[in-house]
Design a protein around this ligand. Sequence first.
Ligand code: AMP
Ligand code: MG
Length: 476
Amino acid sequence: MSINGWNFQNTYLGLPEIFYSNQKPALAPDPKMVIFNQGLAKDLGLDDGLLKSSPELFAGNILPTNARPVSQAYAGYQFGRFATLGDGRAVLLGEQITPNGQRFDIQLKGSGRTPYSRGGDGLASLSPMLREYIISEAMYALGIPTTRSLAVVLTGGEVVRETIFPGAVLTRVASSHIRIGTFNYAAAYGSTDDLTALADYTIRRHFPWLEGVKDKYLLFFREVARLQAELIAKWQLVGFIHGVMNTDNEAISGETIDYGPCAFMDTYDPNTVFSSIDTSGRYSYKNQPGIGAWNLARLAESILPLLHKNQEEAILMAEDEIKVYWDIFNENWLQGMRTKLGVTNKEEDDTSLVKELLDLMEHHKLDYTNTFRALSSVNLENPPLPGDGQWLKQWIARLGRQPISINEASEMIKAHNPALIPRNYFVEEALTVASKGDMGVMKDLLRALSEPFEESDKYTSVQEGWSCGYKTFCGT
Ligand code: AMP
Ligand code: MG
């Protein structure tokens, strides 16, 4: 154990050199701590008291013991097109081994130019880093696999965008930063040995039970597909829109990664898109599951030589696995929806019951989160839904055809439908105040979001029409 609880390893550096470049973070002129995640620090085995007052560390001016900073190489299909990328503004410091033996990448985002920066400045400004902090921590509290945010510091430098913003660095914690795009990169630029090394490393790190197993690469693909199916089903159930589901923004671990132009949908509309650059709606809410399958196909293409020496055989194998992806997604989605409706057993018509509710929400432009939550009142006299009440009658009849009581169903609905999500209006308000140097509003919002299933009056109100045309931006 070393100073402050850092307990680093750097196993990623055991990969062939094409997968990274040694890269020190840029020197930040005058670092200041903006927010520090004490709970996460404790879980990581870090000395939260000491580190809280160490902006130099989280700006990258001082490195933790045994840190060997690198930027990772990767490629990615961006809006359908292959691009060579890599960490253009991030540095992986190392892998923290926690007291209970878990391994987490510690990455600084916004820490200066790297060999992969292309035309970019390698920098990040305060608001988008705080935004990632809020949304990732909210996702974590909702029980959705995600990277975490340990700290945001101001660098003391400036970032030039539409105007000048304060520069910031986010410390991101992830079970790894290996992406589908890392495999796309290996396939495009590496030898078969490089690709095999990456696959073996990923298996050792994320799916160690597959080591030494026959057909391990096929089983690896199956595991990745399962994790994506489960993750995207969770996104759909909670109304989360990632915004840029390029293969470089899809982690093999099944964690949500890269919070750029993402947001939670308020009014239910399956065509919702928040990203300012997604003009065709490729990454809209309703397209997310299909994009998950498309991205898996890009992963399969990259590892075809590992699946079977006969390419056609390999393709058939991958296609079968993508069918399994859809089965798992559909099953998780439907089961999740049943749970949201307080239903514990299965009936053939459950899919239509869910679809009819969603149609009703779309037609009446209802708030996705609040509508589900309101069902916990299970009330025909004072119905929580507009319309002729037909759907409610059907649903209450459905609740009668299962082994739990209406009260129990109501409790179940409360436990599975969040009262709180990071609503765009409140997130923006917190960011605006934070940009003036007052972190009070953001901290209050974070406190509320850490218990999303608790009844709350604050932060649940819908600002009518506020999110229409709401756009978030990436890369800023
Ligand atoms: P993203 O859209 O954040 O997933 O980023 C896509 C690619 O652009 C990645 O390779 C990033 O590292 C890179 N990138 C984003 N912003 C910057 C920046 N300000 N400077 C350099 N590279 C960047
Ligand atoms: Mg990215």
